[in-house]
Design a protein around this ligand. Structure first.
Ligand code: KIV
Ligand code: ZN
Length: 516
């Protein structure tokens, strides 16, 4: 590799470093959907998980590898034979697989975490990279905490890894400590000093503890790196990783000073962001660059005036470039099935006959209750329909008595495996009463970790989209529900999370949930 090769490989680690973020765990189906869109959008390498971490992780990496088309599928492995072998097993199903193995190199990690000398770690690198390379041709080696590693020792480690066959060398800013100048210099120095550096691609991997992850990633590229590790929405440990959408759009928008190319088609960015936010339960902040709700909104009079005269006065990117569709008013309650089907197609949904029937019924119901039905409403409705299609425990009806006079009361009817069950419960507020009614019908020990409400569109008649995250015995599941009634959406989100948790705990159908 030479720095004159200006092609940047985009390495997405949403499903590994992103999922490592506490509370962001995703189901196999969600991971498959995310990998599918990453592959479609042109991500070069998808890090699909950490196969030794659990059977679920192993299965996710293997299934993503089997379904992969163009992307390289990578799995993470510590510098341990069992990790590397398990990772090799998982990625072998991919058209193109990669083992990504890492070890710490900084003095603080060597002393306190590993209790090993520099020479011992060098031996480990030689041994484990060789082992990985005997299983697969594509091997990435990472020097964990590279930015706090003395440069002489870092160069020795990198040289050893390349000598044993590593084809990509990743030098992460694991703790998000570096500044752009330092990070750029580290790559320039390592590439200049390591005699066999031309035999590998160098990679950046930045965490956002000081809010510098994207700037550092681009600085590393200026220093000679040609792979960027990043995540959708910047999901990741602590403050997160560098955000893929920001990297891609910086490269595309500022080609004058960032003369690089990458394969990612930015039209997929908005959809991918929504998918990851929904699956992880980590909502995107309104003012987040590229994918935030306000990223292309112009509120002030001066800006609006300029925008009307020429969009370029205040807009450096066009919303449609990143897949934002102009909000359009769609059919009302008089619209027919055919128009609804066309609209779904335009929004990228292909539903089977039964699902279409159900979605159309819910659309009519929504149009009766809501004055204007927008694309976002249809998307929320259909996503809800898809997510709950296989659930055998569902909310049928809910009546809540709320107000200042408490205690608030909920009367809930659910379908549990085909049986209709009704219970009443009180609670500290209407949401608590609703959740207590669910617990009365389906007793369980899960605890509520997150409860979030968003308005899908503007106005007091907007649909509420609720996310609920539940935890039980260390397993976590996030469910979503949408409705013009926030409490109905809350009940649906809770039940959806409960269904997912049941599948994970019992490896079975949600039907395994029993009514009391
Ligand atoms: O941040 C880090 O150092 C990592 C490595 C495992 C690559 O995520
Ligand atoms: Zn990381």
């Amino acid at each position: 590799m030479t720095a004159s090769d200006n092609q940047i490989r985009i390495f997405d680690t949403t499903l590994r470093d992103g999922e490592q973020s506490p509370g962001a765990s995703m189901t196999l189906e969600e991971k498959l959907q995310i990998a599918d869109i990453l592959d479609d959008m042109g991500v070069d390498i998808i890090e699909a998980g950490f196969p030794i971490a659990s059977n679920g992780d192993f299965e996710a990496v293997s299934e993503i590898a089997k379904a992969s088309r163009n992307s390289v599928i990578a799995g993470l492995a510590r510098a341990i034979h069992a990790d590397i072998d398990r990772c090799g097993e998982a990625v072998k199903h991919a058209n193109r697989g990669r083992i990504h193995t890492f070890v710490s190199t900084s003095p603080i990690h060597l002393k306190y975490q590993m209790n090993k000398s520099e020479e011992q770690v060098l031996d480990i690198i030689t041994d484990t990279v060789t082992r990985a390379r005997n299983l697969i041709d594509d091997v990435e080696w990472s020097a964990m905490d590279a930015t706090r590693t003395p440069i002489d020792y870092l160069c020795r480690c990198v040289e050893a890894a390349i000598k044993c066959g590593a084809t990509t060398i990743n030098l992460p800013d694991t703790v998000g400590y570096a500044t752009p100048d330092e990070y750029k210099q580290m790559f320039a120095d390592v590439i200049a000093r390591v005699p066999n550096s031309d035999k590998a691609i160098f990679s950046v991997h930045c965490h956002d503890d000081l809010g510098l992850a994207v700037a550092n990633s681009l600085a590393g590229v200026a220093g000679g790196a040609r792979q960027i590790e990043c995540t959708i929405n910047g999901l990741g440990e602590r403050a997160g990783n560098a955000a893929l959408e920001e990297i891609v759009m910086a490269i595309r928008t500022r080609g004058d000073v960032l003369p690089y190319q990458c394969n990612v088609d930015p039209k997929f960015l908005t959809r991918a962001s929504k998918l990851v936010a929904g699956a992880s339960g980590f909502a995107v902040q309104y003012n987040k660059a590229i994918v935030g709700k306000n990223a292309f909104a112009h509120e002030s009079g001066i800006h609006q005036d300029g925008m009307l005269k020429n969009a370029e006065t205040y807009e450096i990117m066009r919303p449609e470039d990143v897949g934002v569709k102009a909000t359009s008013l769609i059919m009302g309650k008089h619209s027919g099935r055919h128009a609804f089907k066309d609209k779904l197609k335009e929004l990228g949904f292909e539903l089977g006959d039964n699902a279409l029937q159900d979605a159309f019924r819910r659309f009519k119901d929504l149009a009766d209750r809501k004055k204007h039905v927008y694309d976002e409403d249809i998307e929320a409705l259909v996503e809800n329909e898809i997510a709950t299609a296989t659930e055998t425990t569902k909310v049928l009806s809910l009546t809540v008595i709320a107000g200042t006079g408490g205690p608030q009361k909920a009367i809930l009817t659910m379908d549990v495996n085909g049986r209709h069950e009704t219970r009443e419960a009180t609670g500290d507020g209407p949401v608590d009463a609703t959740f207590n009614a669910i617990k009365a019908i389906v007793p369980h020990d899960a605890t509520l970790q997150l409860y979030q409400v968003h308005a899908v569109t503007e106005g007091t008649d907007a649909q509420a989209e609720v996310s609920v995250r539940l935890e039980s015995n260390g397993r976590i599941a996030t469910g979503k529900g949408a409705d013009t009634d926030t409490l109905v959406a809350s009940a649906r989100a809770y039940v959806s999370a409960m269904n997912k948790l049941a599948v994970r705990q019992q490896g079975s159908n949600p039907g395994a949930l029993k009514a009391s």
